[in-house]
Design a protein. Structure first.
Length: 190
């Protein structure tokens, strides 16, 4: 079986691949993750997943390389990781009491084949969040390194009123799409 590499330092992506029984190595990609002027969120996440995979594939040309990226999007704006407490409060305020999109792209590079990229879109509706809850959530430490300032797999789950799409995609790696790409490349998760 060919060597599989995850081009990400995300512990959540690592856990999700382990959850479906895959054996892989981790080599984080070092790329510029800035949004380009006028770039749509769906194009941004696909580009990031592809560029992460390409960066690692250049170093490991004989391996299968999996890249992924996730963006929380509200009002056509990408919400990255919060810079500080005020930024997290701003993001949670934008998400409070309404629906937002979570876009997760997966790219797979297989030596000698055309690269493949799939983008999965989930819709998440938050209940209203009080200022007290936002403050308490920040103190928990969870939102500090999470896109959109929340983690659906942690305490942030209490804000989720409805989810349509992929739970694992909201976490950072849509497993259905990932497994499909890998199976097409000859790697089975079952």
């Amino acid at each position: 079986m060919p060597r599989l590499i995850l081009a990400s330092q995300s512990p959540r992506r690592r856990e999700l691949l382990e959850q479906i029984g895959l054996t892989f190595d981790v080599i984080p990609a070092d790329i510029n993750e800035s949004v380009q002027a006028g770039e749509l969120a769906v194009d941004f996440v696909a580009r990031m997943a592809r560029e992460k995979a390409e960066a690692v594939a250049r170093q490991q040309p004989d391996a299968l390389v999996l890249g992924s990226d996730t963006a929380v999007v509200v009002d056509e704006h990408i919400l990255g990781k919060p810079a500080d407490k005020a930024d997290a409060r701003r993001m949670l305020g934008l998400l409070s009491g309404r629906e937002h999109a979570v876009l997760s792209a997966v790219a797979l590079i297989v030596p000698g084949q055309a690269e493949r990229v799939i983008t999965q879109v989930s819709r998440v509706r938050f209940r209203s969040i009080s200022e007290t809850e936002m403050h308490a959530y920040w103190r928990s430490g969870e939102p500090k390194d999470k896109a959109g300032a929340y983690a659906i797999q942690g305490l942030g789950a209490v804000f989720v009123e409805h989810l349509s799409g992929s739970y694992s995609g909201v976490m950072g790696l849509p497993l259905f799409e990932t497994a499909r790409l890998l199976e097409e490349a000859g790697i089975s998760s079952l």
